[in-house]
Design a protein around this ligand. Structure first.
Ligand code: PLP
Length: 1001
C-alpha cells in the first residue's frame, strides 16, 4: 500500500512574475480597490508563473498561440461597449457594478400587476430566500449525478415530485421542466410518443381558453415536427383524429370548468388529455387526475418563486404510472446503498443523460432544480393546511372583489372562479372599454389584463390584502354606472359567495407525508434546510471539475441583484415601458454577446442550452424555407456530440446523419465531406461543438464550416465550450452561422443543482430576420419563428448575473479568463500525465480548457472502472469529473480559470493517490474486490462501525490524504445501487416507517 503523495512545494516565482493585464489597481490610482478579475481568476502572478513553467511556456500568450489555431485567432481585442458611467476600457469594481445594477433596477417601475397569465405575486418565505436562493451551499451544486454527495437536493426534489403528484392526483411527477409553455409542448410530444396507429398522424387540439403564450409555444414546436395544431372551443370542437388535447384549469381568464366530461370526450376520440393546472388552485379544486386527465403540467412559480420578469421558475409534469418511462426531464427515485440503507438517486439516469439521441422525444437537460427546491420548500414550510389557508384567503379576497364589482354594475363570468375575475365593461353605460380601464389603472400604478375591447381580467395573488381590494374597487368605481354602490369591505365580504360548489371542490387530501407536516416553525425549517444542505457537496466545499459544465466561480457580487424587488417582482407581461431597467440590461448584454461571438444579433429567449439548440435549428429551417429550400432537412452531427444535439435536431424536424470521429477525436473530415456530398440536396445544417467535446481546438474547424456551406447547409455551433474562446476566437469569424451560449457555464449563472440556466442564441446577419417572436411582447425578427419559451426574454432575472460578470471582467479580463482556463487544463493534464494517459490533444500536445483521462486499461489490470474512481474521489472531498462522456470509461476534467493552483494541486494529489491505490491492486498488495476504490465512498457510519472487515485501515478509507482531515466531507450514503432503483421505481416520498434509520428526514 502506498502513501498518498504530498502536495507540491510552493512554486518558485519566475523572474519578474507574469504581467497580469487585469491587475488594474496596481497601475491606476483611480481604479477601484475592489476590481473583480483578481477575485475571479484563481491564480496570482507567482502561481501563474509556476504553472507556465510546468507546461513549458514563457507566457499565457505563448500558450494561447500554441493552443488556438492561428487561422481562427481573433484579430484585435474584445471591444465591449462600456458600462454606463464608466470610462472606456475600465470595468466597474464590485461595488460599482452592484450600484449600477441597483440603479437599473430602479428604472423598472413596479406597478401592482393583476395580469395573471400564469405569473403571480408570491411571498418567498424569508427562511427559504436566505437559506436557499441566496445560499451558495444550494445554488452552486451540480446536477445530482453523483448521488452519494447529493442526497440533500435529491430529497428536496423528491419532496417537489411528491407535492406535484399529490396536488395533481397523478402519481408520477418529474423534478421540473423549464416553464409552463414548454412543458405543454413536452406534453404534446409525450402524447405523440404514446399515440398508436392512425392517431399518430392526427392533430393536437389546444383549447382556446389556454394562456396565449402556451398556445403559441405549442404551435411553434408542433410546426417544427409537422404536427397540426387545432385551437378552438373545447366544448364544441370535433376531437376526432386528435392524439392529444390540452386544457387550462382554471382557464386563462379565471373560469373554473368541470373538465371531466371534456376529458371523457377526448378519450372517446382516442386522444390523451393534458391539463395545465395552477397548483395553488388545486389545493381547493378537484385535481386533474380525479377528472381523468392523463398528464398535468403547469408552473410552480407562485409557490414562493418571484416572477423575475419571466423566470426562472420550475414547471412541472405529472402523469400516470404506465407512462413513467416516457416522462421527459429528470426523475428522482428511491433506491438503496451498498449497506442496504435507503438512498436517493436520479432514476433512469442513463436514459436522461443520453436523451436517447435521435430517438429522443425530448431534449431537456438543464431544468429548474433550484426553483423546484424552493417551491417544494414552500410547501414543506406551509404544509397542506398552510397552503389551503393561502388559497382560501386569495379566493375570499377575489369573492369580495367580485361582490363589489357586481354591485358597481359590472358583469362577471357565470362560472365559478378561484382567484381571477373576468370583468365585463360593456353595458355598464359608462362608455369605458378595456383600454380606458387599463389607462385609468395605470394612473394608479396598477396593471389589468386586456381580454378584449370590453373585458379586463383581474388576477389576485398571495400578496394582495384589503388595501389592494379597496384600491381596485375605487378604480372600478371611477368607471362604473353605479359608482355609489356599497364598497365597505366588511359588508362585501359578508355577502360574498365564497367557496367552490360541487363538482369543483376538492374532496381528497394531499401532502399528508410527514415532511409536509413537520417543519412549520422557522427553527425547524432552518435546521431541515441546513441538514439537507450539509449532505451535498457544492462549490462551497471544493472544485467541481466537470468537463463540459464549466463549474466556475459564481461570485456574490454577481448574485446580489437577485434579492432586489426591482428585478424580481416585475410581471413578464407588464407593459415594456415599465421595464426600462430590463431593457438596458438586455441591450448591453446583447451587444456584449454579439461582440464576444462575432455575430450580428442575439435572442435572449431560450432558457437552457438545449432550448438554444432547438431554437437555432428552427431558425436555420426558417431561413431555408424562406429561400424555397423546404426540402433541406438533414442535420449532420459528429458521433462525439452531446446527446442534446441529436435530440434537438429531431425536435426541429431534422433527420440526423452521424459523422465519424478520427482516432485523434477530431471530426473525420473525409466522412464529413462524403456525407455532406451524399446529402447535398437536403443538407440543412451541421451541429458541431468547439473546442470539441474531446477538449481540443481542432485545426480543421474552418474547413468543416466551408464543406457544409459548399453543400448549401448552415453551421450550428454548440457554444457549451465558449469558456475556452472568449477573446481568443469567435464563432462568427471562423464560419459558424449560429451558436447558443450556456450562460450557466461561461457566463457564471450558477448551476443550481441542475438549473436554472439560460441558452441565448447569437446569429449571423442572414439569420436575424428569423429570430423568435412572442405573441404578447414585440420582439424577434420580422419573419421570426414563434416563441420558444413562455417569456420573451426567458429567465430574465438571472441575466443580471451574466451582466455583472461581463461588466466587471471587461474585455481584457474575459480574455485573460480564457487563457487561464486553458493554462489550468494544460497544467493539470501535464501533471496528471505522469499517472494516467491523457486522451486527445491538439498540435503540440496542447489541450483546450478540458481534457480526458483514460481509465479503461484499469478494468483489466485491477478490475477498477471509472465509477470506482469517481466514488473514491468523494472520500477525498471531491466531486468526480464528467464520467464516461464523450468516451466511455474515461473522466473529463475542466478546471476553469477561477480555481487556485492550490486547489488544482489538491485534485492532482487526490488522483495521483488513487492511481497509487490502483497500482496496489495491480501489483497484488490490495485485494481486487475488497479495496478502497470498490468500497467507496466510505460513510462516517461505516468507518466508525464496531466491525471493520476490510484489508485496509479506517484511516485510509476516510482520510486518504493529510489535508482531508481539516476539511472532511462525509458522503451521506454508501454507493447507491442504480439497477435496483430502476427495477423498483419509486418516485415520491416513501412512507414514514421507512425513514427509521434511513438517510432521509
Ligand atoms: C456540449 C453540450 N451541449 C449542450 C448541452 C445542453 O445544455 P443545457 O444543459 O443547458 O440544456 C450541454 C450541457 O451540459 C453540453 O455540455
Amino acid at each position: 500500500m502506498s502513501e498518498p503523495t504530498e502536495l507540491l512545494e510552493p512554486p518558485t516565482p519566475a523572474a519578474g512574475g507574469a504581467d497580469r493585464a487585469f491587475a488594474a489597481g496596481d497601475r491606476d490610482p483611480f481604479a477601484p480597490s475592489d476590481d473583480f478579475p483578481r477575485r475571479h481568476l484563481g491564480s496570482n502572478a507567482e502561481e501563474l508563473a509556476a504553472m507556465l513553467a510546468a507546461v513549458g511556456c514563457a507566457s499565457l500568450d505563448e500558450l494561447a498561440d500554441e493552443t488556438v489555431p492561428r487561422a481562427i485567432r481573433q484579430q484585435g481585442a474584445l471591444e465591449l461597449p462600456p458600462v454606463d458611467g464608466m470610462p472606456p476600457g475600465r470595468p466597474p469594481g464590485e461595488r460599482e457594478a452592484v450600484a449600477r445594477l441597483a440603479a437599473m433596477a430602479n428604472e423598472n417601475r413596479l406597478f401592482r400587476s393583476y395580469l395573471g397569465l400564469g405569473y403571480h405575486g408570491t411571498v418567498t418565505p424569508p427562511v427559504v430566500l436566505r437559506n436557499v436562493l441566496e445560499n451558495p451551499g444550494w445554488y452552486t451544486q451540480y446536477t445530482p449525478y453523483q448521488a452519494e454527495i447529493s442526497q440533500g437536493r435529491l430529497e428536496a426534489l423528491l419532496n417537489f415530485q411528491t407535492m406535484i403528484g399529490d396536488l395533481t392526483a397523478l402519481p408520477v411527477a418529474n423534478a421540473s421542466l423549464l416553464d409552463e409553455a414548454t412543458a405543454a409542448a413536452e406534453a404534446m410530444s409525450l402524447c405523440l410518443a404514446l399515440a398508436k396507429g392512425e392517431a399518430a398522424d392526427g392533430a393536437f387540439f389546444v383549447a382556446d381558453h389556454c394562456h396565449p403564450q402556451t398556445i403559441a409555444v405549442v404551435e411553434t414546436r408542433a410546426a417544427a415536427i409537422g404536427v397540426p395544431v387545432v385551437v378552438g372551443d373545447a366544448a364544441s370542437a370535433d376531437l376526432a383524429g386528435c392524439f392529444g388535447v390540452l386544457f387550462q384549469y382554471p382557464t386563462t381568464d379565471g373560469r373554473v370548468l368541470d373538465l371531466e366530461p371534456w376529458i371523457e370526450r377526448a378519450h372517446q376520440a382516442g386522444a390523451l388529455a393534458v391539463v395545465a393546472a395552477d397548483p395553488l388552485a388545486l389545493t381547493l379544486l378537484r385535481p386533474p387526475g380525479e377528472m381523468g386527465a392523463d398528464v398535468a403540467i403547469g408552473s410552480a412559480q407562485r409557490f414562493g418563486v418571484p416572477m423575475g420578469y419571466g423566470g426562472p421558475h420550475a414547471a412541472y409534469m405529472a402523469t400516470r404510472e404506465e407512462y413513467q418511462r416516457k416522462i421527459p426531464g429528470r426523475l428522482i427515485g428511491v433506491s438503496r446503498d451498498a449497506q442496504g440503507g435507503r438512498a436517493l438517486r436520479m432514476a433512469l439516469q442513463t436514459r436522461e443523460q443520453h436523451i436517447r439521441r435521435e430517438k429522443a422525444t425530448s431534449n431537456i437537460c438543464t431544468a429548474q432544480v433550484l426553483l423546484a427546491i424552493m417551491a417544494g420548500m414552500y410547501a414543506v414550510y406551509h404544509g397542506p393546511r398552510g397552503l389551503e389557508r393561502i388559497a382560501r384567503r386569495v379566493h375570499a379576497l377575489a369573492a369580495t372583489l367580485a361582490e363589489g364589482l357586481r354591485r358597481l354594475g359590472f358583469e362577471l363570468a357565470d362560472e365559478p372562479f378561484f382567484d381571477t375575475l373576468r370583468v365585463g365593461l360593456a353595458g355598464t353605460g359608462s362608455g369605458a372599454g378595456a383600454d380606458e380601464a387599463i389607462a385609468a389603472a395605470h394612473g394608479r400604478r396598477i396593471n389589468l389584463r386586456r381580454l378584449d375591447e370590453a373585458t379586463v381580467g383581474v388576477a389576485l395573488d398571495e400578496t394582495v390584502g384589503s388595501a389592494e381590494i379597496v384600491e381596485l374597487l375605487d378604480l372600478f368605481a371611477g368607471l362604473a354606472p353605479q359608482p355609489n354602490a356599497e364598497r365597505a369591505l366588511a359588508a362585501l365580504a359578508a355577502a360574498a359567495e365564497v367557496g367552490l360548489p360541487a363538482p369543483h371542490a376538492r374532496t381528497s387530501g394531499y401532502l399528508a407525508h410527514p415532511v409536509f407536516n413537520s417543519y412549520h416553525t422557522e427553527h425547524e425549517m432552518l435546521r431541515y434546510l441546513r441538514r439537507l444542505e450539509s449532505r451535498d457537496l457544492s462549490l462551497a466545499h471544493s472544485m467541481i471539475p466537470l468537463g463540459s459544465c464549466t463549474m466556475k466561480l459564481n461570485a456574490t457580487s454577481e448574485m446580489v441583484a437577485l434579492s432586489s424587488p426591482g428585478w424580481m417582482d416585475l410581471h413578464p407581461f407588464a407593459p415594456v415601458k415599465q421595464a426600462a431597467g430590463y431593457r438596458e440590461l438586455f441591450d448591453s448584454l446583447e451587444a456584449w454577446l454579439n461582440e464576444i461571438t462575432g455575430f450580428a444579433a442575439t435572442s435572449l429567449m431560450p432558457n437552457a442550452g438545449s432550448q438554444g439548440e432547438l431554437t437555432g435549428l428552427m431558425v436555420i429551417r426558417a431561413y431555408h424555407r424562406d429561400r424555397g429550400d423546404d426540402h433541406r432537412d438533414v442535420c449532420l452531427i459528429p458521433v462525439s456530440a452531446h446527446g442534446t444535439n441529436p435530440a434537438s435536431a429531431v425536435m426541429a424536424g431534422l433527420k440526423v446523419v452521424t459523422i465519424a470521429c478520427a482516432d485523434n477525436g477530431d471530426v473525420d473530415l473525409a466522412d464529413l465531406a462524403a456525407k455532406a456530398g451524399q446529402h447535398a440536396g437536403r443538407l440543412a445544417a451541421l451541429m458541431v461543438t468547439y473546442p470539441s467535446t474531446h477538449g481540443v481546438f481542432e485545426h480543421g474547424i474552418r474547413d468543416i464550416c466551408e464543406v457544409v456551406h459548399a453543400h448549401g447547409g448552415l453551421v450550428y455551433l454548440d457554444g457549451a465550450n465558449l469558456n475556452a474562446q472568449v477573446g481568443l476566437c469567435r464563432p462568427g469569424d471562423y464560419g459558424a452561422d449560429v451558436c447558443h451560449l450556456n450562460l450557466h457555464k461561461t457566463f457564471c449563472i450558477p448551476h443550481g443543482g441542475g438549473g436554472p440556466g439560460m441558452g441565448p442564441i447569437s446569429v449571423a446577419p442572414h439569420l436575424v430576420p428569423y429570430l423568435p417572436t412572442h405573441p404578447l411582447v414585440a420582439t424577434g425578427g420580422e419573419k421570426g419563428i414563434g416563441p420558444v419559451a413562455a417569456a420573451p426574454w426567458g429567465s430574465a432575472s438571472i441575466l443580471t448575473i451574466s451582466w455583472a460578470y461581463i461588466a466587471m471582467m471587461g474585455g481584457a479580463g474575459l480574455t485573460e479568463a480564457s487563457k487561464l482556463a486553458i493554462l489550468n487544463a494544460n497544467y493539470m493534464a501535464r501533471r496528471l500525465s505522469e499517472h494516467y494517459r491523457v486522451l486527445y490533444s491538439g498540435k503540440g500536445g496542447r489541450v483546450a480548457h478540458e481534457f480526458i483521462l483514460d481509465l479503461r486499461p484499469f478494468k483489466a489490470s485491477a478490475g477498477v472502472e471509472a465509477e470506482d474512481v469517481a466514488k473514491r474521489l468523494m472520500d477525498f472531498g471531491f466531486h468526480a469529473p464528467t464520467m464516461s462522456w464523450p468516451v466511455a470509461g474515461t473522466l473529463m476534467i475542466e478546471p476553469t480559470e477561477s480555481e487556485s493552483k492550490a486547489e488544482l494541486d489538491r485534485l492532482i494529489d487526490a488522483l495521483a493517490a488513487i492511481r497509487a491505490e490502483i497500482r496496489d491492486i495491480e501489483e497484488g498488495r490490495m485485494d481486487r474486490a475488497d479495496n478502497p476504490l470498490k468500497n467507496a465512498p466510505h460513510t462516517a457510519e461505516r468507518v466508525s462501525a464496531d466491525d471493520w472487515p476490510h484489508p485496509y485501515t479506517r484511516q485510509q478509507a476516510a482520510y486518504p490524504a493529510p489535508w482531508v482531515k481539516g476539511r472532511k466531507f462525509w458522503p451521506a450514503v454508501g454507493r447507491v445501487d442504480n439497477p435496483y432503483g430502476d427495477r423498483n421505481l419509486v418516485c415520491s416520498c416513501p412512507p414514514l416507517e421507512e425513514y427509521a434509520g434511513g438517510a432521509l428526514g
